[in-house]
Design a protein around this ligand. Structure first.
Ligand code: ZN
Ligand code: FE
Length: 254
């Protein structure tokens, strides 16, 4: 059985621990810092097997060295970005897999936020660990990649089963919602979600993970076909990529 534990750290980051009960193998996704990971491992009596890094930004790799020194775990990241992942041991190419006990984690390339950004997909748990690529009601900023690359990456995620859970690396939902509401103010699912998420945040509860199904209904960056979005942007006849590109531009200055 797979157990996933969410650790909120820093301002708004989430670190995820993935534990496979039979083998005892445990992975941590994007350890921004080491200390809370070590504490959670100790509380559960878990041994760290792997660090999984989605990309090279400090708030995703900051705990690499200390965790490796403390646990002798192995560090897994993108082959394309191996030079920027501290102490990487296993460099994966697109669609390559690693195992956690009897379960398989598949690496999915998703450049855009950075070049060499990757996600980890665990089908048995319906779980996608997507770092800073897809957020609830938003997507990552384009620091290195093009709008086209990000668009393609998000389209890859769209092919996954609808009940896939989106374990993104930041609690950005309410800030993203403010922008989404200016773009698609009559989307009732969006309005309902914002209400529900506002209550969760008021009680200091996470809004993450959401599901692909939920994001397809509320996330403007996955909804370039929406008539309302196209009308807001005055891009009725544009391609989906053009709509997406304009959305990303507007969000950058929102
Ligand atoms: Zn980042
Ligand atoms: Fe980040």
């Amino acid at each position: 059985m797979i157990q996933i534990q969410q650790i909120p750290v820093l301002q708004d980051n989430y670190i995820y621990l993935i534990h496979e009960t039979e083998s005892g193998e445990t992975a941590v996704v994007d350890p921004a810092v080491a200390e809370p990971v070590l504490t959670t491992l100790a509380e559960n009596n878990w041994q760290l097997t792997y660090i999984l890094n989605t990309h090279h930004h400090a708030d995703h790799i900051g705990g690499n060295r200390a965790l490796k020194a403390a646990t002798q775990c192995r560090i897994i990241g993108s082959k394309a970005d191996a030079k920027r992942i501290p102490e990487i041991d296993i460099a994966l190419q697109n669609n390559e897999t690693i195992t956690l006990g009897k379960y398989t984690l598949k690496m999915i390339e998703c450049s855009g936020h950075t070049l060499g950004h990757i996600a980890f997909y665990l089908p048995e748990a319906n779980a996608l660990f997507c770092g800073d690529t897809l957020f609830s009601m938003g997507c990552g900023r384009l620091f290195e990649g093009s709008a086209k690359q990000m668009w393609q990456s998000l389209n890859t995620f769209k092919q996954l089963p609808l009940d896939t859970l989106i374990y993104c690396a930041h609690e950005y939902s309410l800030a993203n919602a403010k922008f989404a509401l200016t773009i698609e103010p009559n989307n009732t699912q969006l309005i309902n979600t914002v209400e529900q998420f506002s209550q969760l945040r008021a009680n200091k509860l996470p809004t993450v993970p959401t599901s692909l199904h939920q994001e397809l209904a509320t996330n403007p960056f996955l909804r370039a076909n929406s008539a309302e979005i196209r009308s807001t942007l005055n891009l009725q006849a544009a391609t989906e990529l053009e709509v997406f590109t304009e959305l990303r531009k507007r969000k950058d200055v929102f």
